[in-house]
Every structure is written in structure tokens, then in C-alpha cells.
Ligand binder design. Sequence first.
Ligand code: CMC
Length: 431
Amino acid sequence: MKQASRTATLTLDGKSIELPVLSGSTGPDVIDIRKLYSQLGVFTFDPGYTSTASCESRITYIDGEKGELLYRGYPIDQLAEKSHYLEVCNLLLYGKLPTPAQLEDFTNRVTRHTMLHEQIQYFFRGFRRDAHPMAIVCGVVGAMSAFYHDSTDINDPWQREVASIRMIAKIPTICAWAYKYSVGQPFVYPRNDLDYASNFLHMCFAVPAEPYFVDPIIARAMDRIFILHADHEQNASTSTVRLAGSSQANPFACIAAGVASLWGPAHGGANQACLEMLREIGTVDRIPEYIARAKDKNDPFRLMGFGHRVYKNFDPRAKVMKQSADEVLGLLGIENNETLKVAKELERIALEDEYFIEKKLYPNVDFYSGIILEAIGFPTSMFTPIFALARTVGWIAQWKEMIEDPDGKIGRPRQLYTGATRRDYVDIEAR
Ligand code: CMC
């Protein structure tokens, strides 16, 4: 963190204090309020953290006005075009683009950890067949703490590293098996001769009865989806991971907390909700009805896949995703897909509508991802687990950064209390 370049003066009840203003390498400055309570006896109030920087981080930067997303300084569109997921994982975890030898070593380490402890199968089998795969993923990730005791000591750097590699390596197996379980097919073991995305597709779609060929273009599209979801600074699930980790809980428990937070439709669950919405709209002529509903204050309906807390411009991930949707559907010969037509027309109409312009609502990453995932063959219930798979590396990078920060403290927000003040207990007969 840079030193304070200037101070902000806050005056309350005639008493003034100077608050340091800190600058990062880019982005808005922050007012350091850590001494506010001890000096003035008041808290700040910011539910939803709309004006609060909860931590210092060197991993991911978003410029919401420009619509820019950088992983360790590198623009997301360049990474999506030129890199691949494991290289991006390496970048997010260790801070720089790896040399060929470093990448080979990292890839080997991830590849050697793709299998799950055989007994975890019994854990899977305890779930109901109709369980949502996110419920299974959340449970199994948490259960890893019970299977990998030798990597739960957060104070040991080696154990932290092993836990990180294990999670990146095993999360595709967990997600694929959650899918296999829900469709009643046998679990397919990982194949270490395949790249990360191809191996995931193999574990999802291969069956023992016949050979399965992974189309390299589909694998590339899958890999790109992973890159686009890999990290997104201090969003709800990442902040959940950090908060859980701040109590020094083990890494598997922290990532399970992140999976749970991601599930909601305002966050990672939006990809499932968006495709369901596009299907419900069904045809282009019904779009105006849904636009009107989204604008109606008395209707809770929102255009899923639209809007973002930080982006007040195009979500750069949505741009890449839209291009990828065209490529994948073209390859599969389904470019006239009705859902894609509805999505494109909905985007066009919304972007010309005064309500969406005024509120700066643009398509986000979830708007086109579901169309690609559906074309690849995934049911909607798998969309959010795939987001969780890809985001695992981001959660881990952020968790490690927090644990390795010597000034780290347990997260403990305060509140504005508006409940009853002190009163005496009344015996039940007297109420
Ligand atoms: N459709 C219609 N109106 C919207 C939408 C939408 N999708 N999003 C925001 N608004 C309106 C909202 O009604 C509010 O209007 P007003 O100021 O008149 O009350 C205004 O825009 C600001 O909305 P907000 O809810 O205060 O903004 P937020 O920053 O708290 O919420 C959001 C951000 C992503 C939760 C929200 O835009 C939303 O619910 N979008 C749909 C769900 C979605 O696509 N989520 C995925 C986000 S990207 C993937 C991820 O990171 O998880």
C-alpha cells in the first residue's frame, strides 16, 4: 500500500480528525477509517459495501466505468484469446506469467491431483438423486476437510500450497461427478493425458460403453469460459471466502462457503436463471412484454444477465462470451438457435431503452454463457457448478493473499442497532 498522500478532515460535534487518504496503483483512492471509532466513537454505515474497500489486493482490477477487467494487470480479452486456463490459474496464484518450465511444473502438479479419494464416492451416494448439483458440490468441497487432513494447517505454507493445488485439480472431478450422479450414470475417472477443459468434458460426457471424442473447438470454448470466470475481485462469494478464512478456518471449509454464496441468482446462479428466462420468453415478439416487466417497479422481475454492481459499461467478459456463442453454435450448425436470437434481440432492445441507458445496465458475463453451455450439452442445473469450478482458483488466490498478509485480522463488521433497548424479562404467565 502506498503512503497517505493527503488527508480528509472529518468534523463531528465540533471535533475534527484527519483521516489518511491512501492510493493504490490505479483506481479510486480510499479513506482509511481504521481509527475512526477510537477517535470519534462512531462507525461508518455501508450495507452492501457500495463504498467500502474491504481489503488491499494485488490480484484483479476492475474499471467499471471503462468496462475493463485485468488479472494481475493483463486484460481479460487478451488472456481469453492468447492464454489458457491453467496458465491463468498460475498467473492468478503466483502473480506473473509463468516461464515454460514453471508452467510445466504447475500443470504436472495439478494433473497429478485430479483423482478423488475413493471413499468420497460414498459421500456422493448419500445425496438424493434429484439433488441440485450445486448442493452436492458445496457438500463435497466442505467434506474435503475430512479427507485431506494433511493439508488443512493454514499456518504451514507447504500445506496451503498442497490444498490450493488439490482444490484446482479436484473441482472438475467433483462437478463432473455431481452431474453424473444426477443423471444416474457411472462416475468417469479423470484422464491425465487430456488438458484441463477436455478432461472435464470427458468426465461429464463419456460413458464406459463407447469411446468419447472431445471436440477441440468445444474444449477451447469451455476453457475460455473458465478463464472469463476465474476471478472478479471482492464479489460476494470471494468476500465470503475471505471472511470465513479470516477466522483461520481450513481452506476447504472456506471454499465451500464461497460455493454457497455463489449459488444465489443475484450472483453465480444468474446463468441458470438467465437461460430459463430466455427460454420462457421463447420468441422475439414477446421481448417487449418482458422489458416492460423489468421496468415495472411493482414487478419483482429483473432481466437476468443484465446489470452489475461495478460495471457501468459493457462487462468485458460478456463481449468475449457473445463472440464465443457465435463460434460454438456455428460449429455445431445451430446458429439459428431461437434462444440466441432472443438473447441478441433482447440485448439490442434493452440497450436502446431509456430505462437501461439511464441506469447503465449492460449484459454481464451470465447473459451469453448459458447459451454456450446448453449448446455443449449441459443442463441448466450445471451452469452454476461450472462457474464455481472456474472461480475456485480466484477464491484460492484471494484466500492465500489474505492468509499471507502479516496485518491480517479476523473480519468483524459492526452494525447500526435499531432493535429494542434494554428491558427486563417478563415471566410467561404475566405476558
Ligand atoms: N433488470 C431490471 N432492472 C435492474 C436490473 C435488471 N437486471 N439490475 C438492476 N436494475 C435496476 C434496479 O431495479 C435499480 O433500480 P432503482 O434505482 O430504480 O431502484 C437499479 O437498477 C440499481 O439496481 P441495484 O439492485 O441497486 O444494483 P446492485 O448493484 O445492488 O445489483 C445486480 C447488481 C447484479 C445484483 C443486479 O443488476 C441484478 O439483480 N441483475 C440481475 C442478476 C444478474 O444478472 N446477476 C449476475 C451478476 S454478474 C455475475 C456475477 O458476478 O455473479
